[in-house]
Design a protein around this ligand. Structure first.
Ligand code: SAH
Length: 401
């Protein structure tokens, strides 16, 4: 039998002094190397956490597989997990009602940042898309609470689950297909049209790439559109998020991506908005080099590459990649041009990214004025004390010469 904590009926996990210090500093994770004992604790259960001396530190969700063994959910003893989850979902929805504007597509629940570690829920108009990332959130009882609460509060036509097989493997969870977890299977319950900032997009819950859209860029699209003008190039355009927003104020827009399926959706999105955008399937590095060599010039360039630094170990290579992109873009911008340059690697800090952009500007003898220093949209909250929740950088700069 696992031991019980004095203050609740939860099984107990004891953690090291270093782990306890981390929690005192406001973080919500404890790594496996800081677990002293977790005997008999079933995978994915709620546990009471104590320090070495047995002092109660709070309630957490336990993973028997992840390097992040403990994800805190409360500083108190939680005896009714279902009720806590319902309250957290309600709290997440209330926060969005306060901060989300001009869209019917946004992240409803963002894991730790909404005190529901391991759960991501996105809304696309009348559809919800759920991602389960941990053993605890995969438990049948928890899934039922989540689906019921989301249905009652948001009344979606359907709820789809998007499964990342790699994550299930890492959490030692049995394989499971993506699919609807609530609602019918007719075409109209798995696809919809959503809008952000007045721009419309198609969404298919059960086909295409990872998710329907990069919702974290929503406010940056609107900001970019405020300054964009002339001839614009959207590099790493995916399904056209930036390009479609730029089209409102630019005379010509070209979107570049290496993924043909993404460009096909981008083209359908352009038609939906009656926009004429040129889509180019290419490797962005090669294309930027060729275009720069050919003397092409632009008034607005967006750089929004995938995360180059997946871990700290390849940070140097990643920084070189970011620098090369910025260098080439800056060479092609006309005086008075606008650079919108993004980096979604958590491992690259906002200061480091500014330095990359600054170094690039120096190397090509351009002067940059920072117009806006931006990050992720407010529906992807940043928790003070949990640095991992802040990951997106978006610098909008004006080329002075
Ligand atoms: N700006 C987009 C999101 C970009 S995600 C939006 O706001 O929706 C990154 C994109 O980079 C993906 O669509 C991926 O297909 C593309 N990509 C990755 N490597 C690439 C490369 N070397 N050249 C061009 N595109 C690439």
């Amino acid at each position: 039998m696992p031991s019980k904590s004095a203050s609740s009926s939860l099984p107990v996990v004891k953690i090291s002094r270093r782990g306890a210090k981390r929690l005192q500093d406001g973080h919500v994770w404890v790594y496996r190397s800081d677990i002293i004992s977790a005997e008999g604790v079933a995978p994915g259960t709620a546990v009471g956490v104590t320090d070495e001396r047995g002092k109660f530190l709070g309630t957490a969700l336990y993973s028997s597989a992840s390097q992040i063994a403990i994800r805190m959910i409360s500083p108190h003893a939680v005896d009714d997990l279902a009720r806590l989850i319902r309250e957290r979902i309600h709290g997440a929805i209330i926060y969005r009602e306060r901060v989300v504007r001009d869209t019917d597509a946004y992240r409803v629940i963002f894991s730790e940042a909404d005190f529901l570690p391991g759960l991501i829920v996105d809304r696309y108009h009348d559809l919800l898309s759920v991602q389960v990332l941990t053993q605890a959130m995969d438990a049948e009882a928890v899934r039922n609470v989540v689906v019921t609460e989301l249905s009652e509060r948001l009344k979606p036509v359907s709820i789809a689950e998007r499964v990342d097989p790699r994550i299930r493997e890492l959490e030692q969870l049995p394989a499971r297909p993506s699919g609807l977890i609530q609602g019918g299977v007719e075409a109209e319950t798995t696809s919809t049209i959503f809008s952000m900032n007045g721009v419309r997009f198609r969404y298919e819950a059960l086909e295409g790439q990872k998710t329907g859209a990069f919702l974290d860029q929503r406010e940056n699209y609107a900001a970019a559109a405020r300054y964009a003008q002339g001839e614009a190039l959207d590099v790493f355009c995916y399904q056209g998020g930036f390009a479609l927003h730029l089209a409102a104020s630019c005379s010509k827009v070209t979107g570049v991506d290496s993924s043909r399926p993404a460009l096909e959706v981008a083209d359908r999105n352009a038609a939906l908005n009656n926009r004429d955008i040129e889509w180019v399937e290419a490797n962005a590095f090669d294309l930027l080099r060729d275009y720069a060599d050919a003397g092409r010039r632009y008034d607005t360039i967006v750089l929004d590459p995938p995360a180059f630094a997946k871990s700290r170990s390849n940070l140097e290579t990643a920084l070189r990649g970011y620098k090369e992109l910025n260098l080439r873009a800056l060479k092609m911008l006309r005086p008075g041009g606008i650079l919108i340059t993004c980096c979604c690697s958590y491992h690259v800090s906002p200061d480091q990214y500014r330095e990359v952009v600054g170094d690039s500007a120096r190397d090509v003898h351009r002067n940059l004025r920072i117009v806006e220093n931006r990050g992720q949209a407010k529906d992807h909250p940043i928790l003070l004390n949990v640095p991992e929740t802040e990951y997106l950088k978006c610098i909008i700069a004006y080329v002075s010469n």
